[in-house]
Design a protein around this ligand. Structure first.
Ligand code: PLP
Length: 224
């Protein structure tokens, strides 16, 4: 129980050196743990489950920037749309459409990352490279989703200790990010986020060009 403050200080030092942003992934952990980091000045927290985010958002300080990093069902977008800071897990074009629709209702832009699947594992959600390029074309060229703020790419590497494999997968995400940035978003300052790296692989992700890491167990301990 409680937060590993030494790990937090170490991570924040690494964030200063790299210029990256740390998302503290607090899923399944109590609000008291979040408050420990909040009191140290931390504001960016990541959650995976809508019900849990709704509950925590209501009881915790309103200046927390909530990142939704899980798989989002279309029918639950409305429960987080009014306050979510960034939705990392846009893993289908259908979901992108549904988020745009919700944004229109609220008359706002909802910030999103395209979740792209590069890992060898079959189970992970995400767009493949072709679908991701398609989504970027529809967003930037056809201007189909005016109530979405497309801020970048999110991805996960395989759950593996094979460094060469992790480098290859993070490298593929970085290449896609650079490609979209160059082709469509050179003038779109808001397209500036490459979210990759977790407790087990964030150093490799940072070395591969990540500028946003999502770290849970290293900060809050293993999940049950
Ligand atoms: C749970 C989760 C994390 C954090 O994982 P840790 O290994 O605990 O750091 C990061 N990203 C996503 C998408 C997650 O679901």
């Amino acid at each position: 129980m409680g937060v590993n403050k030494a790990a937090y200080e170490k991570l924040m030092g690494e964030m200063q050196n790299s210029g990256a942003t740390l998302i503290a992934v607090s899923k399944t952990k109590p609000s008291e743990d979040i408050m420990e980091l909040y009191d140290l000045g931390h504001r960016d927290f990541g959650e995976n489950y809508v019900q849990e985010l709704v509950k925590k958002q209501a009881e915790l300080p309103q200046d927390i920037r909530w990142h939704f990093i899980g798989h989002l069902q279309s029918n639950k977008i409305k429960m987080i749309a009014p306050y979510v800071h960034l939705i990392h897990g846009v893993d289908s074009i259908k979901l992108l459409e549904a988020i745009d629709k919700e944004g229109r209702k609220l008359n706002k832009e909802i910030n999103c990352l395209l979740q792209v699947h590069v890992a060898k594992e079959e189970t992970k959600f995400g767009l493949d490279l072709v679908e991701a390029r398609q989504a970027a074309t529809m967003y930037f060229l056809e201007k189909k989703y005016p109530n979405v703020g497309l801020c970048g790419i999110m991805g996960m590497a395989s759950f593996s200790e094979d460094e060469a494999l992790l480098k290859q997968e993070f490298g593929a995400l970085k290449t896609l990010y650079d490609e979209i940035k160059t082709l469509y978003a050179a003038d779109a300052a808001a397209f500036n986020t490459l979210s990759m790296g977790m407790s087990g692989d964030y150093p490799i992700a940072l070395a591969s060009g990540s500028n946003m890491i999502r770290v849970g167990s290293l900060l809050f301990g293993a999940r049950g």
